[in-house]
Design a protein around this ligand. Structure first.
Ligand code: SAM
Length: 309
């Protein structure tokens, strides 16, 4: 085991994939390769594991960790492009897919600008080759837009006050570091968090990270694409870490289990919901107390499983 990242719900996720010899399994979020290694053990030299990660550091780490296995292909790409990338390899259908969403412990600890606990350059990009940094957004967005993002992606009730404080602060000095941003937020709304066991900047940082990496759109698109290309009896397994991610997983699963998503006012269904999966987890699987005490990062995780009909 490396200390790059401790895999969450490892046994539960891999056993839910129900891997048969010769299967083609996709790990959409390789990270340190912990889940992938268990998948490869189950494949036992047959079939193929195809791993994706948009972060080159993760690809390099997983390449080292999975060196002993030859039945694998690791791809440095956003899982948004999953279907196209598989198509380029002449793969139209798969037997199983795992999404372990969010960031790895390595990304949080590696001076990549995700952490409000240290003073780092305010970057937050999972893929450092593309897109704008967190600093570029924080210093340039209109106050109203910033407030909406902090509200919608961070579920921060005090988003307007936070946005105001950021705009005031940046008129005096460019906001270039995580500590600067964390202090601005804490000074403004720290009082509201004094009884909660989380840092006052937690929600603001979550919002900016989701914005920088356009995380929710990729999840929405890729979950549907994954369900579309699953073979009959193929499994989709998703681990989410906060309510915005979990809501997308739940809704995508329900829609694909045939639940209409048309507004109540419409007399006939126009959304085209069809029953193509069976939801195997009526309630999500959550980590045991033992796992939570061993790995506090697992605390908020929820695992949902669907089986293609
Ligand atoms: C929680 S970690 C995965 C850890 C992994 N399961 C393990 O056992 O080591 C999430 C990983 O997904 C990657 N990731 C997040 N969103 C992505 C996306 N849209 N496309 C590709 N990779 C993504 C991150 O870069 C990160 O390395």
């Amino acid at each position: 085991m490396t200390n790059y990242h401790k895999s969450v719900l490892l046994e539960e996720a891999v056993s839910s994939l129900d891997i048969k010899p010769g299967s083609v399994i996709v790990d959409a979020t390789l990270g340190g390769g912990g889940h992938s290694e268990e998948i490869l053990k189950k494949l036992n030299g047959t079939g193929m594991l195809i791993g994706f990660d948009r972060d080159l550091d993760a690809i390099n780490e997983a390449t080292k960790r999975l060196d002993a296995y030859s039945n694998k292909i690791l791809i440095n790409s956003n899982f948004l492009y999953l279907k196209e990338k598989l198509k380029e390899m002449n793969i139209d259908s798969i037997d199983g897919i795992l999404f372990d969403l969010g960031v790895s412990s390595y990304q949080l600890d590696a001076d990549r600008g995700f952490s409000f606990l240290r003073d780092e350059v305010l970057d937050m990009r999972m893929d450092r080759e593309s897109g704008k940094t967190a600093a570029a957004y924080v210093n340039n967005l209109e106050e109203e837009e910033l407030a909406n993002i902090i509200y919608n992606y961070g579920e921060e009730r005090l988003s307007r006050r936070v946005a105001r404080a950021i705009v005031d602060a940046r008129s005096k000095e460019y906001i270039n570091s995580t500590k600067q941003l964390a202090d601005i937020v804490a000074q403004k709304i720290g009082w509201a968090y004094s009884k909660l066991n989380i840092h006052p900047a937690t929600r603001t940082f979550q919002a900016i990270r989701i914005l920088v990496n356009d995380e929710l759109k990729a999840i929405e698109v890729a979950l549907q694409d994954a369900i579309d290309i699953l073979k009959p009896n193929g499994k989709i397994v998703v681990i989410s870490f906060h309510s915005l991610e979990d809501r997308i997983v739940k809704r995508t699963f329900q829609f694909n289990a045939g639940r209409c998503k048309c507004p109540n006012k419409i007399p006939i269904c126009i959304c085209g919901a069809k029953e193509v999966i069976d939801i195997e987890t009526k309630k999500p699987i959550t980590p045991s107390d033992e796992e939570i005490s061993d790995n506090s990062r697992s605390r908020s995780s929820k695992l949902r499983v669907g089986r293609k009909l």
